[in-house]
Design a protein around this ligand. Structure first.
Ligand code: BES
Ligand code: ZN
Ligand code: ZN
Length: 480
């Protein structure tokens, strides 16, 4: 679907008109529309839609003028437009003087809500919207266009990320993920390094290699870099790229194994972020580092009781092979510090079921030592329409990952606090100089939900992309 900003009178005829009704204020509607709304019992509740066939109008309720509610309403309207078979639609913000950010929210909601994963369907829907026109006053059309273009770039990256996550483990193996990353690098002018098993050995990545050992698909470390000349700061984004997590010898039950194709969501998010940032041309050096691996079973699988040596020389007692993401990330975090030496170091991972228990399915867990960094990301998430919750470290939880036989154990010794003990495990691989530069994002909840929510479809949501781009943009505000 294309989004076009035009002067309101230039919206082509023949399509359907979408009218957002804010705060149940029906006075913005023409008399016949207001009457029709009343007759049909339309109340203007959030995401409530009314399709007035004869006038080719869709009314959609927006409870209050909040950007994320407008995103959601736009997505609801798109669904009605598609099922009614319209190819073109226009929208006007009646009687309001919309800010550019409202245009952006509407466009983004429409694009995110329009997403459908039909890659494996033999019969694809032909109910596709071609163009959504957004009407603006003549004097602001040009600027509105520029602003909306940014929102579109970000939404397209989110949809790109969703596509990768939704694909099967056979279609996205570590090598195939690397090939896809190289395509992004090629088309966006990024530098790239792909490391195979032998190179991981040369890097002493004993933890990453152990996780990958029993798979028929060899691991890859993927490193892309966007290096604009005018970069104000340098950021490394590390993504957990488990193209499948069977649990390894600590095998998952069949019920919990389904959806584990989504264990590559952190990797996919960092690809989406570097794609968006390079397309937006932000003056920030961004590195995307992905540990791509498959956690499988077999005669050569790594085992509970193994002691692994990570890249920084620390030894790790394995007590559960299903706590594999932190092992892959440990080596990738060491690599990021040594090779990139970033000003900020962020990692994205579907790391723990415990984070989902703590915060629910829709919320990303933020952890780290730097309060202002956590708050800055939380504020960015609020602006972008993602949900985050800060989970606090404490010294008692830190003790739970002590090991009797190695420097650290890969699981906590108590049943509770698993999201935080996982982050505290990663902390062992963060050097002193980087403690305050590091932020851990556990996206296990929102990355993949088997039920649509707001403008997110069943399956992958693209969690992490929008808030991170908003956070990166905020770094530039600080500078100026
Ligand atoms: N990939 C999972 C975490 C996960 C769970 C992601 C649910 C998305 C939805 C991770 O590798 C894992 O299995 N973690 C274990 C850790 C445990 C063994 C300490 C978990 O959360 O159960
Ligand atoms: Zn696991
Ligand atoms: Zn996992």
């Amino acid at each position: 679907m294309k989004i076009e900003i035009v002067e309101s009178s230039q919206i082509p005829e023949g399509g359907c008109t979408v009218i957002p009704v804010f705060e149940k204020d029906f006075s913005i509607l023409s008399e016949p529309l207001a009457k029709a709304a009343q007759l049909s019992g339309f109340k203007g509740e959030q995401d409530e839609t009314l399709f007035l066939v004869e006038s080719a109008v869709i009314l959609v309720g927006v409870e209050s003028i909040l950007h994320d509610l407008l995103r959601s309403a736009a997505a609801a309207a798109i669904k009605v437009l598609k099922s009614a078979g319209f190819k073109n639609a226009g929208t006007v913000f009646e009687d309001k003087t919309p800010s550019f950010s409202l245009f952006q929210a509407f466009a983004q909601g429409a694009l995110l809500g329009d997403y459908a994963f039909d890659f494996y369907l033999s019969q694809k829907s032909d109910h596709n919207l071609e163009t959504l026109y957004i009407g603006a006053q003549d004097s602001i059309v040009m600027q509105a266009r520029r602003e909306v273009e940014k929102a579109v770039t970000i939404a397209e990256s989110v949809n790109f990320v969703r596509d990768i996550i939704n694909k099967t483990p056979d279609d996205i193996t570590p090598a195939k993920l690397a090939a896809l990353a190289l395509e992004v690098a090629e088309s966006n002018g990024l530098e790239s390094v792909i490391m195979d098993e032998q190179q991981l050995e040369e890097q002493n990545m004993g933890a990453f290699l152990a996780v990958s050992r029993a798979s028929a698909h060899a691991p890859r470390l993927i490193h892309l870099a966007y290096k604009p000349e005018n970069a104000k700061t340098k950021v490394a984004l590390v993504g957990k790229g488990l193209t499948y997590d069977s649990g390894g010898l600590s095998l998952k039950s069949s019920e919990w194994m389904v959806t584990m194709k989504s264990d590559k969501s952190g990797a996919s998010a960092v690809l989406g972020i570097i794609k968006a940032v390079s397309e937006l041309g932000l003056p920030i050096e961004v590195h995307a580092i992905i540990g791509a691996s498959e956690n499988m079973i077999g005669g050569n699988a790594y085992k509970p009781d193994d002691v692994l040596v990570a890249k920084n020389g620390k030894t790790i007692e394995v007590r559960n092979t299903d706590a594999e993401g932190r092992l892959v990330l440990a080596d990738c975090l060491c690599y990021a510090q040594e090779v990139v030496q970033p000003d900020y170091l962020l990692d994205y991972a579907t790391l723990t079921g415990a984070c989902v228990v703590a915060l629910g399915q829709y919320t990303t867990g933020l952890m780290g030592h730097n309060d202002s960094l956590k708050i800055a990301m939380q504020e960015a998430s609020e602006r972008s329409g993602e949900l985050t919750g800060i989970l606090p470290f404490n010294r008692y939880l830190k003790k739970l990952i002590k090991s009797e036989v190695a420097d650290v154990c890969n699981i906590g010794s108590a049943r509770y606090g698993g999201a935080i003990t996982a982050a505290l495990f990663l902390d062992h691989f963060i050097e002193e100089d980087y403690k305050h530069k590091w932020l851990h994002l556990d996206i296990a909840g929102p990355a993949y939900v088997e039920k649509s929510w707001g403008y997110n479809p069943h399956g992958a949501s693209g969690a992490g992309v929008r808030m991170s781009v908003a956070w990166l943009e905020s770094l530039l505000d600080e500078e100026s």
